[in-house]
Design a protein around this ligand. Structure first.
Ligand SMILES: [Cu+2]
Length: 641
């Protein structure tokens, strides 16, 4: 089944020829004349006839040939070399059928090892495509045959798990038709794949971040210095000293590491200038399959004038509910239904979490029409809540208690509190949640707290293990908020401000009853940690390179509680098994493959360890991944290593 063989040279030259004919000239074109999805095979287009984007290739069947190779692209007016699958960025949409046995021959034409990981697929560990865990990777000039049975339906995606290749184009969409009737009714469907492109090499981006974590926060070059001031003088003094801090500029830098300063955000491979277009006829139900394939960008999505009915999350059907806006973490997918009742055009708008940029497309009944592009919302700022402190709950690196007290005092006295996210702050205080937790802490000294009931999340005390203390960790949340009802920083007051209903995880209910009704037999608490200033990321303060695998026993039902001690949102992806999000309804627990953990928040999910082998478990922000990663080993004895 598995082969690693050298590719004959005829294959290579054939690929080179087809690549040239599919060459893309995507930016700076005067008119966006070519509409994706209208007509013509990309193969039949000559260079001169492809002014903007080529039609996205869709491949279906049971056997697939995917070629990873270099491809000239132009997203910004400058020609660059992408790493592309079958000559396009994104790669082809793969259409599978639930129940099919499929094979995929992936050829690597790059000068470096490559791989493809089938994100969210339930499959044998050796087909998961993670070099060093699942297999050895695909050497230059060689291929690997993936073969597995498709056991699920819905919207997924694939991407390289080698180096930073995902950033330079190795990703594509997967759409799986259900074996039986689809519970979702729709007249047409579109993949809406979001991503981020940089003309800089990813290695260069990473090196810059390593040198200074706020490199790409262009407006806030003094932010790094602020931390030093706060450490030396305490926040209170720093506050009065620095007008910058008054404007909450410092907090902004923690919203996104990599920004539109270097990124061009893409929708189905089209730049915002160009705009992807999907056509419809009035009254149709249109299924939009949103996939966040960005390397580093969390997007907030809305379609002004249209309600969106969420029907699936991470490929899994959910009980439909209607919203106006949703946040999509890196690697997450959401399927929504929209029903335009007129012939106008609508803007599909996806702004980055830090509001440094956006991408957009058009849903239109008439290819000649385009829709107004809305303004981006104001850039969000971090609040107490995002630092995991209700009152004085945040431990800050090696600061002493004195400066901590100073921090809270000054924040309460802060003039620009209005700019902060009041709603979250107020809510957290109202609930008095943290007081009760402190009460429980005292109890659990004497005896371990009983595990919370399946579906309801953790009862356990927040514990910072020894390894969380040191220069590798610059913050610890002592009173993390629940991440369930939190639409996320920058979205929390959109209902009040704009009347937009924003998706919250607590709204997700699986369409079908929970399969595994067992109570968890144990709980694992993991802390998402980092030192933003040094751009070090870790779990429990330990980077992947130094970490022991996390051992699970085959068949066990376990709860994982993630505590986000950092001030960034981390989308956490566990390979091979489902992450069953505990939303408070044990009967219809939604299944996801990627869970966003908001800053200063905690979130719990159940895992049934029903897939043997070695699995990756990591933050899906590409430049966090080298540190914020664990191997999960599922074996009969549950023994590590
Ligand atoms: Cu992944």
């Amino acid at each position: 089944m598995k082969h690693t063989t050298h590719i004959s040279s005829p294959t290579l030259s054939t690929l080179a020829t087809t690549s040239v004919s599919r060459r893309r000239f995507v930016t700076g074109a005067a008119s966006a004349g070519a509409l994706i999805g209208l007509s013509g095979s990309p193969l039949s287009w000559g260079i001169e006839k492809a002014p903007t984007a080529v039609e996205q290739q869709t491949l279906s069947g049971k056997h697939f040939d995917l070629d990873i190779g270099y491809q000239p692209v132009n997203f910004t007016g400058k020609s660059r070399i992408a790493t592309a699958v079958n000559g396009s960025v994104p790669g082809p949409i793969l259409r599978w059928r639930e129940g099919d046995d499929i094979t995929l021959r992936v050829r690597n034409h790059l000068a470096h090892d490559s791989s493809i990981h089938w994100h969210g697929m339930i499959l044998p560990a050796e087909m998961d495509g993670v070099p060093g865990m699942s297999f050895a990777g695909i050497k230059p000039g060689e291929y690997f045959d993936y073969a597995f049975n498709v056991q699920q339906s819905g919207t997924y995606w694939y991407h390289s798990h080698s180096g930073f290749q995902e950033q330079t184009g190795v990703y594509g969409a997967i759409v799986i038709e259900p074996k039986g009737p689809d519970p979702v009714a729709y007249d047409r469907d579109y993949v809406v794949q979001l991503s981020d492109w940089s003309d800089e090499a990813p290695e260069a981006i990473y090196a810059k971040l390593k040198k200074r974590g706020d490199y790409y926060n262009f407006n806030e070059r003094t932010a790094g210095d602020l931390w030093r001031d706060i450490k030396e003088k305490g926040l209170s003094q720093t506050w009065s000293d620095r007008s910058m801090w008054n404007q909450m500029r410092m907090s902004e830098r923690d919203i996104a590491d990599v920004t539109a300063y270097t990124y061009t955000y893409l929708m189905n491979g089209a730049t915002p200038d160009q705009g992807w277009t999907g056509l419809f006829k009035r009254g149709e139900k249109i299924r939009l399959r949103f996939i966040n394939s960005a390397a580093m960008t969390i997007f907030d999505v809305r379609i002004p004038g249209l309600k969106m009915t969420v029907v699936a999350a991470d490929g899994q059907n959910v009980e439909p509910f209607t919203i106006d806006e949703f946040r999509i973490g890196v690697a997450e997918t959401y399927d929504v239904i929209v029903e335009p009742s007129d012939d106008s055009a609508y803007c599909v708008f996806a702004q980055s979490i830090d509001r440094s940029g956006f991408t957009r497309g058009t849903l239109s009944a008439n290819p000649a029409l385009s829709a107004a592009i809305p303004n981006m919302d104001p850039a969000p700022v971090l609040s107490h809540r995002d630092m995991g402190m209700a009152m004085a709950g945040m431990s800050h690196g090696d600061q002493n208690m004195g400066s901590m007290a100073g921090m809270d005092h000054s924040q309460h006295a802060m003039g620009s509190m209005k700019e902060m996210d009041h709603s979250g702050h107020d809510r957290s205080n109202m609930k008095g949640m943290d007081h009760s937790q402190h009460g429980m802490a005292a109890m659990s000294m004497a005896m371990p707290a009983p595990l919370g009931k399946a579906g309801f999340g953790s009862n356990n005390e927040i514990t910072h293990v020894k390894t969380e203390f040191g220069p590798q960790v610059d913050a610890r949340a002592d009173s993390p908020q629940s991440g369930l009802d939190d639409p996320g920083i920058g979205l929390r007051n959109h209902q009040q401000l704009y009347g937009r209903k924003v998706l919250r995880y607590s709204q997700l209910r699986n369409l079908h009853p929970t399969e595994d009704r067992r109570e968890p037999s144990r709980e694992i608490q993991l802390h998402l940690t980092g030192n933003m200033h040094r751009y070090m990321w870790s779990v429990n303060g330990i980077p992947f390179a130094d970490a022991e695998p996390l051992a699970l026993s085959f068949g066990e039902r376990v709860r994982i509680t993630l505590v986000n001690d950092s001030m960034m949102t981390h989308p956490i992806h566990l390979h091979g098994v489902w992450s069953e999000l505990e939303t408070g309804d044990p009967e219809y627990i939604p299944r996801k493959h990627t869970i966003m953990v908001q800053p200063g928040s905690k979130i719990s999910y159940l895992v049934t360890a029903d897939a043997m082998g070695r699995w990756a478990y990591h933050c899906h922000l590409l430049y966090h991944m080298p540190g914020m990663m664990r191997e999960v080993r599922i074996s009969h004895d549950g023994g590590a290593a």
